[in-house]
Structures are given as structure tokens and as C-alpha cells.
Design a protein around this ligand. Structure first.
Ligand SMILES: *Cc1c(COP(=O)(O)O)cnc(C)c1O
Length: 397
């Protein structure tokens, strides 16, 4: 997944353009910037790649999710349905807006289980936020139908799945708003950064204002701009956008390498009859940033992880024991350990997570191993890796 593995001359050139002009800010200073508008150029590239009307860059993927929720009208006391398997940023963004994260079970897609989503809907539900984890995707058609029936917004957290598609559409472009992250370990990186994409003109305008202190961005005199509403500073810098611009132009190159490496590993693992693969909905094409598979039970999976480590295989994760990605270890969330006071109803909803059973999620995450696909491997590296992985896993079955 990490685009940082392949930094080259294009990243250097884009960054040097910005340093040479000296204007590190994405807005204003028109006369001094030698015609360089890296953030604007990256937004234009994203619109083309993602086949959407609008793209708005922000300072991180977490900011992207926050802005997406805000423009979708999510606020105090609203409930947002999201999966038990995600990155902590998803619930952080919900809580930042005063809304309540409602965690529900995942299925064999490693994302939202449709029945669990339906069960979780209440009069307070405002949005459903599938998280396309590890390059695969949620059952978006079913989720969209639920959203239409209940008048909810569909917000795609596609931070880990840039380049994947569903019904031929780029992931992130299927729902009302889509979110991307360009943090250091993502498929394309800007060091830090993120984006939202949408076809909704109002959402685009609101995201533009909200992410820059509510500035209306009318005219070329920043000091004379008005503030139609309150906002925050979620701006990306020109330096970060410059790196992202070079990287987005290489997205297809990265995806092709990932698919090649992924396919070699997957074909090798198919020789293990006890091993099954994560389900990708038939409408979808993943971005091949991770290869995910299931073993028979928790004990075998734990042993397989140890065997992989012993064989020198790095970059494989067992999220069951991980405190960034899976509900089981999110004690700070369950105990509602916030820096400042939050409403009692939010606290109650969070505390309730500690007694809630997520048996179905456990069933999948306990048996899941997720292996990062690197760009910098040679074909010989991948083939040798495949042999070692098969041998290690077979040794514990
Ligand atoms: C990385 C990530 C984010 C947040 O992105 P940052 O840029 O690190 O803030 C959000 N959601 C998911 C699923 C992620 O993997």
C-alpha cells in the first residue's frame, strides 16, 4: 500500500516548484506564486480520476471524515452507523461533531453487515458510514437502498481503498460523500493530507468554506472575504499537495504493481484447503493494497501469525489484538475517556459498548490475517515470500 516506497523525480520536482516560489499556502498570494497552485491542481486530478464534480483537499483523512459528516448535516446527538473494524479516526470524527458513533457487526467482506445495519437504525440515525477496509469494499448497493428508504446519508470512508471500484464507479464516488487519506502509509501519500469527493454542489461549497474558517473564497483579497458560517482550519499546505500531486499521477502504476504482487501471493495461498479469502462483493474491484484471508479458528490463526513472524514475513496483521483497528481493544472509547465533558447520552452509548457482544465480528476478525502488499518488492521477492507463507501456515494446520 505505501506510495512512499517509490518517491522519485516527480515528487522532487513538484515540491521544488513550491519551495522555489516560496508560497506554501494554498490560497492567495497570486502574484508571488509563479503560477503554482498545487492544491488546486491535485483537486482537478482527483475530480478526473474519481469521475466526480468536486474534490476538496483537507489536512488529513480524519479531517476529511469530519468535513464529510459536517456537510452531510451530522451534528449533536445524531447517530452515525459504522463498523466495529475500522481505524480510530472514524469514531473520532463522529465524536468531534457531537454525534454518536453506533458500532455494528461486520461480515465476511470485513465491512458492514447489512442485517446489523438495519437493526441499528433509530429515529436519531443520520448517516451510514461504511469503511472500505484494506482495499476491499462494503456492499454499497444494499447500503444505498437502506439510505434511500430511511432518508439517511451514505458517507464512504475510502481512506484505505483509493483506486478500487464498485459497479465500475471509483470507491468514494458511490455515496453522498467519499473520504480519502494521504497520510504517510496510504496508497498515495502527501505525508499528511486528505480529500473529500462529491457530486453535490452544496456539499462542495460548504466543504470549501468549512475547512478554511468559513471563508467564502470570493475575490482575490483574502482580507475582504466574508464568513457565511463558522468553520475551522483543515487546510492542506502547498508542500503536502505537491507531493500528493506527483503521487496521484502514479496511482495507476501503483495499483498495477499491487495487483501483480497480490495475485502471486493469492494464487500460492489457494493451495491451502483450510484457508478462505475475504469476500469482495461481485460488483467490486479492490485496490489490492492488502491480501486478507481467514483460517479455521483463533488458536490456529495466532499460531500462524507466530509461524509467519518466525519465517521472517513482516507486514501481516492480526487485528483481533490490535488497538487501532478493532473494537475489542478500544477501552478509551468504551470508557468515554474524553479530554472535555461530553453529553450524558453520548457517554451512555459509549459505555454500552463494553457489554455489547460483537460475536459475529469476532468470528471474522479472530480468524483474519491481513497482509500488506508492498510496491518495492521484486517479482522474485514476492515468489519467495509466497513459498515461505504457504510453508509457515501449513506447518500449523
Ligand atoms: C488512515 C485512515 C483514516 C484517517 O486518515 P489520517 O490521514 O491518518 O487522518 C481514516 N479512516 C481509515 C479507514 C484510515 O485507514
Amino acid at each position: 500500500m505505501p506510495g512512499f516506497e517509490l518517491f522519485g523525480p516527480s515528487e522532487h520536482k513538484e515540491v521544488n516548484d513550491v519551495l522555489d516560489s516560496g508560497i506554501l499556502m494554498r490560497y492567495g498570494f497570486d502574484a508571488m506564486r509563479n503560477g503554482h497552485w498545487k492544491a488546486k491542481a491535485l483537486e482537478a486530478e482527483l475530480q478526473t480520476h474519481m469521475q466526480v464534480k468536486h474534490a476538496q483537499l483537507v489536512s488529513s483523512g480524519t479531517a476529511a471524515v469530519s468535513v464529510a459528516l459536517a456537510v452531510a448535516g451530522v451534528g449533536t446527538g445524531d447517530e452515525v452507523i459504522l463498523p466495529t473494524f475500522t481505524f480510530v479516526a472514524s469514531f473520532e470524527a463522529v465524536l468531534m461533531l457531537g454525534a454518536i458513533p453506533i458500532l455494528v457487526d461486520i461480515d465476511d467482506t470485513l465491512t458492514l453487515d447489512i442485517a446489523a445495519v438495519k437493526d441499528a437504525i433509530t429515529p436519531k440515525t443520520k448517516a451510514i458510514m461504511p469503511v472500505h477496509m484494506c482495499g476491499g469494499m462494503a456492499r454499497l448497493k444494499e447500503l444505498k437502498e437502506i439510505c434511500e428508504t430511511h432518508n439517511l446519508k451514505l458517507i464512504e470512508d475510502a481512506c484505505q481503498a483509493i483506486g478500487g471500484t464498485y459497479e465500475g464507479k471509483p470507491l468514494g464516488s458511490y455515496g453522498d460523500v467519499g473520504c480519502f487519506s494521504f497520510d504517510f502509509v496510504k496508497t498515495i501519500t502527501a505525508a499528511e493530507g486528505g480529500a473529500i469527493i462529491t457530486n453535490n454542489d452544496d456539499y462542495a461549497t460548504w466543504a470549501d468554506h468549512y475547512s478554511d474558517h468559513g471563508h467564502d473564497h470570493v475575490g482575490s483579497d483574502r482580507g475582504a472575504e466574508t464568513h457565511p458560517f463558522l468553520g475551522y482550519n483543515f487546510r492542506i499546505s502547498e508542500l503536502h499537495a505537491a507531493v500528493g500531486l506527483a503521487q496521484v499521477r502514479r496511482l495507476q502504476e501503483f495499483l498495477d504493481i499491487q495487483q501483480k504482487h497480490y495475485t502471486i501471493l493469492k494464487d500460492a495461498l489457494k493451495s491451502i484447503p483450510e484457508l478462505t479469502f475475504r469476500t469482495i462483493p461481485e460488483e467490486g474491484v479492490e485496490n489490492y493494497s492488502f491480501l486478507n484471508f481467514f483460517l479455521t479458528d483463533l488458536e490456529t490463526t495466532t499460531k500462524a501469525m507466530a509461524a509467519l513472524k518466525h519465517a521472517g514475513i513482516d507486514g501481516c496483521f492480526h487485528y483481533y489484538d490490535n488497538n487501532w483497528h478493532y473494537v475489542r481493544k478500544w477501552d478509551h472509547l468504551k470508557e468515554a475517556k474524553t479530554l472535555f465533558p461530553i453529553p450524558a447520552q453520548t457517554k451512555e452509548a459509549l459505555n454500552a459498548l463494553s457489554t455489547k457482544s460483537f460475536k459475529q465480528s469476532d468470528h471474522y476478525i479472530a480468524r483474519n490475517i491481513s497482509c500488506l502488499i508492498k510496491l518495492s518488492w521484486t517479482e522474485a521477492d514476492v515468489k519467495q515470500r509466497a513459498l515461505k507463507m504457504v510453508e509457515a501456515i501449513k506447518s500449523v494446520l
